[in-house]
Ligand binder design. Structure first.
Ligand SMILES: [Zn+2]
Length: 259
């Protein structure tokens, strides 16, 4: 698939594996890459594709969160500054084998490569918000609390937002490491200034209606989880997502409530 130019010098490339979106921003001083995919060979594929787009070097990488499919290509870009939330660094430093094990369970064909993969955590971290200077433009990173994980950030470039897995198109959101009770308010805070386009971690680009629809679904999940009993009884009738997704959200909500 080609690069889609979705803003002035702002691109997304949609990769077939996991239907994943990678963001690219061209600055006068170099290239910014948002997320690096699941293994170093996937990162190499990004680097190779970029060679057809620009001669500029990759100076910056952003990890939207610590999930394996967003960070395990980092080693390819070790010359670049890698930016992420403080918690992204902490998780990648404290549990690199856990991150690789999660990848192996999804990608058994890539076990050999994953065994040799070096987990490279962010080198530049922040807590709530930070502006990156790409030479002739500024990119803003935000953290607004827990959602899909405890480390999700969004990346705003003009009127485009890269939302990582706080939003997901074409498949239900993933709650396995999530905070379903806090998630709706977190994503709402990120998008308080509504962008023209939002790029989810996976799937098609979303307009305002698509984003608002997903936030309503997340609020429905949160309401149902909040009403679930400590025994784990959850109302599944008319729920926005399949039962197994709802039950995963409920399990996480019980942890969130300390039950
Ligand atoms: Zn994720």
């Amino acid at each position: 698939m080609p690069f889609d130019e979705i803003g002035d010098g702002v691109y997304r490339r949609r990769y077939e594996a996991l239907d994943q979106n990678i963001g690219i921003v061209l600055g006068s001083a170099g290239v910014l890459v948002i997320d690096t995919r699941s293994v170093p060979s996937h990162g190499e594929e990004i680097a190779g594709d970029l060679a057809g787009l620009t001669p500029l070097p990759v100076r910056w990488v952003i990890n939207t969160h610590w999930h394996w499919d967003h960070v395990l290509g980092n080693s390819v870009f070790s010359e670049a500054e890698i930016w992420g939330h403080r918690r992204c660094l902490e998780v990648m430093q404290s549990d690199p084998e856990g991150i690789k094990a999660a990848a192996r369970s999804w990608l058994p064909d890539l076990t050999t490569e994953l065994e040799q993969t070096v987990v490279v955590p962010p080198s530049t971290i922040f807590d709530t918000n930070v502006a990156m200077d790409l030479g002739d433009r500024v990119v803003r990173l935000l953290y607004r609390g827990k959602g899909h994980t405890d480390a999700d950030i969004t990346v705003r470039v003009g009127d485009v937002v890269f939302a990582g897995d706080l939003l997901e198109e074409g498949a239900p959101p993933v709650f396995g490491d999530g905070y379903p009770l806090q998630w709706p308010d977190t994503i709402t805070a990120h998008l308080a200034n509504p962008p023209r386009l939002t790029v989810p971690g996976h799937g098609d680009i979303m307009d305002g209606d698509a984003v608002n629809g997903q936030i309503e679904e997340l609020r429905d999940v949160a309401r149902r989880c909040a009403a679930a009993t400590s025994a784990g009884e959850l109302d599944l009738v008319g729920a926005p997502y399949p039962d197994e997704v709802m039950l995963s959200a409920m399990d996480r909500s019980l942890l969130e409530r300390g039950l």
